[in-house]
Design a binder for this molecule. Structure first.
Ligand code: DGT
Ligand code: CA
Ligand code: CA
Ligand code: ZN
Length: 578
């Protein structure tokens, strides 16, 4: 059955193809709206399709879009979309998949220079044939070249935010299979890496063949790569590889350690085991009798059932998976890492005033539902015109509206703030007088993200030094698998943030995860404060916090150093300081 995500992707494709073809702009926007509505809705669109008028009742979905959804649910295709696909070279649709090259650009490349796919684009970039297209400067061409390179480098790796829900769904399904005793995902996903090569699932079962059979026949699987008694590898319709390994419950802990990795961490652990007279493998920790492969000779492991036991026998505390990267986790005392439940405040969120989809009240209620005591309303500033950024006049009105909304929710602390653009030279997007009226200022770079390090650092440091700024939002502006963003001098950034008591944001949106894990570690070592914010735009975006927490944990972040965990009073004092 068609999921909301599948349907959303179809309408996204509709919009993109129409844009490439140069169709009416309003039609394009209408389809984009439908795509977003499908993404955001809690109910299953395919189910609603069966009820007359149910789809049409959803904001953003009109009668003709509803008809298309019904057509897809009933027939598996949308005739009009098939027709449109036919009008555009297939290679151009492949280019659409590269983030950083939009439909408008593709349209011009195609119509003006005959680019029809990746190969012709690369060739024409190299020969200089693309010069002279209206609106295409040297810089634009550079951007296109970089997007192509990045797409090739990231080929095959999917973002954490796409992989984790897939893995959780598979785990949940496998847990219901008869004979299954335990299921868990392992690998880079369990370590919370920002991108995932493949998803590794471990399953203890008294009936492995059933487990493999159920796994192979999950509906979203398009290809089975291998399937045996202990391992099955499949590819899903979204191109994700998932490996299922079955094993005895008695060795679950040792296997989980082995397949969680990282390889480098495993190497260190095995060295430690050897130095203590043991051998460690996916079957358990064994006394080293100097012979090969003890597990195959009926020798019982010393420990194997749980990770805790294995670590303990090696004289170690249990190491959180996010730390298992051979970055000192076995040699140093580990801090108590931040947990999702520690978060008590959202300090970067957008409403309908700029480019969010929620009202102020809806946002407050969403934060309240998370058990938060504080939420900051930080809509975009005027230079982010593509995000409907607020003019100074609109911001003044908005501050009033936020205060009025705050009065309706007396148990919540509601901050009237702004996500202010850091302009190209480090100046902020509003006058100091207006900034001074805000309860919180998140300063973020949005445009000009290709500056050289020295220029970029001067820009960011100037923003950090501004007395109104409390948080530096998504400091590099990178997009995972999409855009490298500003090339930061992290040490310099951290030192300045510490000096001026500014928190560096981990933007929890899995597209951003910026700061990234290594930057967080540098911030921890350099003594700066951090923030974990969801940069909420849509309903349910506060659920993204977990990706920020994973990234923070990979950077050894403690609750104490993350301002979002502080109690109401402490946070208030910090915001008011100076
Ligand atoms: P990925 O999938 O590229 O994002 O990264 P991982 O870490 O999930 O790597 P993957 O899927 O190749 O293997 C999962 C884990 O299994 C890995 O983190 C460590 C363990 N592992 C796999 N192959 C080897 C190996 O040859 N030697 C050792 N020591 N460990 C391995
Ligand atoms: Ca993997
Ligand atoms: Ca794997
Ligand atoms: Zn934002």
């Amino acid at each position: 059955m068609a999921s909301n995500a599948d349907l959303s992707a179809l309408f996204e494709e509709f919009a993109s193809i129409l844009e490439i073809l140069g169709a009416n702009k309003f039609k394009v926007i209408a389809f984009q709206k439908v795509a977003r509505a499908l993404d955001a809705m809690a109910d299953d669109a395919a189910t609603l399709a069966a009820t007359k008028g149910a789809l049409e009742a959803i904001e953003g979905i009109g009668a003709s879009s509803a008809a298309k959804i019904r057509e897809y649910v009933e027939t598996g295709t949308i005739a009009e979309l098939d027709e449109l696909r036919f009008q555009v070279p297939p290679g151009l649709r492949e280019l659409l998949g590269i983030s950083g090259i939009g439909p408008k650009t593709i349209s011009l490349l195609w119509k003006e220079r005959g680019v029809t796919d990746k190969t012709t684009l690369k060739a024409k970039l190299a020969t200089g044939e693309l010069a002279g297209i209206k609106g295409f400067g040297e810089k634009k061409l550079q951007n296109i070249a970089e997007a192509l390179t990045l797409a090739e480098q990231s080929a095959g790796r999917i973002r954490l935010g796409a992989a984790l829900p897939i893995a959780e769904a598979v785990v949940e399904r496998m847990e219901r299979v008869p004979g299954v005793q335990r299921v868990a995902y392992a690998g880079s996903l369990r370590r919370g890496k920002e991108t995932i090569g493949d998803v590794d699932i471990l399953c203890a079962s008294s009936d492995p063949p059933s487990a493999h059979a159920v796994f192979r026949s999950m509906p979203e699987i398009v290809k089975v790569l291998v399937s045996g008694d202990t391992k099955t590898s499949v590819i899903t319709s979204r191109g994700v590889q998932i490996d299922l390994r079955t094993l005895p419950l008695a060795s679950f802990g040792a296997a989980l350690m082995y397949f969680t990795g990282s390889k480098e961490h495993n190497v260190r652990l095995r060295e430690r085991a050897i130095s203590m007279g043991y051998r460690l493998n996916e079957y358990g920790l064994f006394v080293d009798d100097g012979k090969e492969g003890p597990q195959h000779r009926g020798i019982e492991p010393v420990v194997s059932a749980t990770e805790e036991e294995v670590f303990a026998k090696l004289g170690l505390p249990w190491v959180p998976p996010e730390l298992r990267e051979d970055r000192g986790e076995l040699a140093q005392a580990m801090p108590k890492l931040i947990e999702l439940g520690d978060l008590k405040a959202e300090l970067h969120a957008h409403t309908r005033a700029s480019d969010g989809s929620m009202t102020i009240d809806e946002l407050i209620l969403a934060a309240q539902a998370k058990g938060f005591h504080t939420v900051a309303i930080t809509d975009h500033s005027k230079s982010s015109f593509q995000a409907n950024g607020l003019s100074p006049e609109r911001l003044r009105e908005h501050i009033k509206a936020v205060h009025e909304a705050a009065a309706r929710h007396p148990t919540m602390t509601v901050l009237a703030g702004s996500e202010v653009d850091i302009l190209i030279d480090g100046r902020l997007d509003y006058e100091d007088e207006l900034l001074g009226k805000l309860d919180i200022v998140v300063a973020s770079p949005h445009a000009s993200l290709r500056q050289e390090t020295a220029v970029a650092m001067k820009r960011l440091l100037k923003a950090i030094e501004h007395p109104s700024v409390r948080i530096l939002g998504h400091p590099s502006g990178r997009i995972v698998n999409g855009r490298s963003g500003l090339d930061l001098d992290v040490r310099e950034l951290v030192a300045a943030a510490k000096e001026h008591d500014v928190a560096l944001e981990i933007n929890a949106n899995p597209l951003r995860l910026d700061l990234r894990d290594s930057h967080v570690k540098a911030a921890m070592e350099g003594g700066a404060l951090l923030a974990i914010n969801c940069d909420s735009h849509e309903r349910d975006n506060l659920d993204l916090a977990r990706y920020g927490v994973l990234t923070g944990r990979r950077g050894w972040l403690t609750a104490e150093r993350c301002v979002n965990t502080w109690d109401r009073e402490r946070l208030r004092r910090w915001l008011k300081r100076g």
